[in-house]
Write a protein that binds this ligand. Structure first.
Ligand code: FAD
Length: 566
């Protein structure tokens, strides 16, 4: 009877991690809940993400003897937030994030473990920790989802081992940093996949889900446990208001317009506007393209943002995205984010003058920001930027879709990738000519970097100085795990666009996740979370999981607030 029902206590728009968390918690509070999802798949960007959540003072780290404190975390976020992180909201986050994850661990199917070695991104700031705040989902057995598994937004091949095997971020790190025993670990994962004969007969996908896929599967299973309906192919269009109060939503469900009543509240968790070219041009720095975004095409077009604005909401941070450089791969529906590879020793990134413009190994938000910000300072264009590496790098390390040549030599790469995904030449000059980069600038940069590789000190940008840079370095490369010479031909180039993993600005909310007007008064009945809301982190990306952690936490807060207030 849920299919024809039009009245609910709470309507949640979107089925990302924050939205589903709010639905789980609201249902546990005895409220009737409906989740509406525009796409034919559930999970949103959250489903294809790393699923990491950044939770200061979490119980997993404490159980391992880790030391963190509320005050340290507060100091760190405020220092990182560029003056745009609101202390009241940051405090709400710090108060409730550890509670939220403990709650899910106890009451739902969500399971995490601490990624102890994953450092906060701004190691130079007070309150930063070298690890312990980022949590990584445990693998989830997707067979428990039954037929609903068909509706999962599948992870990108780039987040799977060999494009199909699930792993945790902790396992991936062991392999990428080439820690001791990494070959054995990878072999073990491959054998586990191969010998799961029963599941192999059913599907080419791994039985287990890792990363964001694990998270959204666990949340979806928790909604099924609670019999909370999730309507796919249901496109939220508008809010319904009674005077100043939001009392429902207008949706189009499989072509049919419906008005649904939300007696207690509407929670907007419909992502940002990353997939809307017009809004990107209106708000983000230029040039900008939906095609550069690593998010699923077509869904997060900012409908919730626009509806909130139409209801009188204030906004913040609309000129910001969760930047991440991306590589477009022909035949794939979205580009791949370049998170780790920039730190591998021997890959350098230059602009059209052949000059480096930042520390390649820094966090992806700062890297993306530098693609725009430092454009004028260098006098050259950083959009696109070019990642340059040599045959030694190519043999040993992955870059975007290119697996190391020792596993996948050039002869086995797809023909159409040459000249579209990667460029290759015997000399640096020839490579520069192919990609329209100044050859003299490139020669000079490479000579400098080669000298830095032997001294171990990047005198320009300090690459490899911080424990965060070194997280993705190669522990076997000395003296600096992030620096190696570029000297052995052939030479390679890959194009990096000014991409993102979602927009960062949105509806302004208060510490209870209520959407507020410019005068600070809340719009009754309306809540926003995730990338529909302006980030609690201001302009920063403090650590791995700083987008989904807040989305889930403010989802948790919103559900409790609705339950507590008639
Ligand atoms: P989403 O997860 O995208 O959910 C929004 C949902 O709303 C979607 O399902 C969408 O279809 C639906 N929707 C949109 N419009 C409507 C409408 N009109 N009506 C109904 N439904 C609608 N962040 C982290 O914190 N940790 C990580 O490890 C991490 N790794 C990442 C790795 C990759 C490769 C990428 C691309 C991103 C990563 N991110 C990570 C970023 C993170 O995934 C996103 O910022 C986050 O998932 C956004 O959550 P959300 O709930 O706002 O949006």
């Amino acid at each position: 009877q849920d299919q024809s029902r039009t009245e609910w206590d709470v309507i949640v728009v979107g089925s990302g991690a924050g939205a589903m968390t709010s639905a789980v918690v609201a249902a546990d509070q005895g409220l009737s809940v409906l989740v509406v999802e525009k796409s034919e798949k559930f999970g949103g960007t959250s489903a294809i993400s790393g699923g990491g959540i950044w939770i200061p003072n979490n119980h997993y780290f404490a159980a391992k003897g880790g030391k963190d404190s509320y005050d340290k975390a507060l100091q760190y976020i405020l220092a990182a937030g560029g003056g745009k992180a609101d202390e009241t909201k940051v405090r709400a986050y710090l108060d409730h994030a550890p509670e939220m994850i403990k709650y899910l661990e106890e009451k739902s199917r969500v399971r995490y473990a601490v990624a102890e070695k994953y450092p906060d991104y701004y190691q130079h700031l007070p309150g930063a920790l070298p690890g312990g705040r980022s949590l990584d989902p445990e693998l989830f057995d997707t067979s428990t989802l039954g037929d609903e598994l068909e509706n999962l937004r599948r992870p990108s091949p780039s987040t799977l081992l060999m494009g199909r095997i699930a792993w945790t971020a902790r396992d991936a790190h062991v392999a990428m940093a080439r820690e001791r025993g990494w070959r054995l670990k990878v072999l073990g994962l491959m054998l586990r996949y191969k010998f799961d004969f029963k599941w192999r007969k059913k599907s080419k996908f791994d039985r287990r889900a890792g990363l964001g896929s694990s998270l959204v599967c666990a949340l979806r299973a928790s909604l099924l446990d609670r019999k909370v309906p999730l309507w796919l192919k249901t496109d939220f269009r508008e809010l319904v208001l009674d005077g100043d109060r939001v009392i429902g939503v207008r949706v189009v469900r499989e072509g049919r317009a419906l008005t649904l009543t939300a007696r207690r509240g509407v929670i907007l968790g419909a992502g940002g506007f990353e997939q809307n070219q017009a809004l990107r041009e209106k708000y983000l720095p230029q040039p900008t393209k939906t095609a550069w975004s690593a998010t699923p095409p077509g869904n997060n077009t900012g409908a919730a943002l626009e509806a909130g604005m139409a209801a009188g909401a204030a906004t913040d941070l609309l000129e910001w995205a969760w930047w991440a450089p991306t590589i477009a791969v022909v035949g794939e529906d979205k580009p791949r984010g370049v998170f780790a590879e920039r730190a591998f020793p021997g890959a350098i990134v230059v602009n059209s003058l052949g000059k480096r413009f930042c520390n390649e190994a820094q966090g992806y938000l700062e890297f993306g920001d530098a693609m725009y910000k430092d454009r004028d300072a260098t006098g050259g264009k950083n959009v696109p930027a070019w990642c340059i590496f040599d045959a030694h790098f190519r043999f040993n390390y992955a870059m975007g879709p290119l697996m190391p040549a020792q596993i996948m030599p050039d002869s086995r790469l797809r023909k159409e990738w040459l000249g579209s995904v990667y460029w290759k030449a015997d000399t640096l000059d020839e490579l520069a000519r192919q990609i329209d980069v100044d050859p003299a600038g490139l020669r000079e940069t490479v000579a400098k970097m080669n000298a830095y590789a032997s001294s171990g000190k990047d005198a320009d940008f300090g690459r490899g100085d911080s424990v965060f840079d070194r997280y993705y370095g190669d522990v076997n490369v000395k003296p600096n795990p992030c620096l190696a010479p570029v000297q052995k031909g052939p030479f390679y180039a890959m194009r990096m666009d000014a991409g993102d993993i979602g927009t960062k600005g949105g509806l302004l909310t208060d510490a209870q996740a209520r959407v507020v007007r410019a005068d600070g008064t809340p719009i009754e009945g309306l809540y926003a979370i995730g990338n529909t809301s302006a980030s609690v982190m201001g302009t920063a990306y403090p650590g791995a999981g700083a987008t989904i952690g807040p989305a889930m936490t403010f989802g948790y807060i919103a559900a409790h607030h609705i339950a507590a207030n008639a």
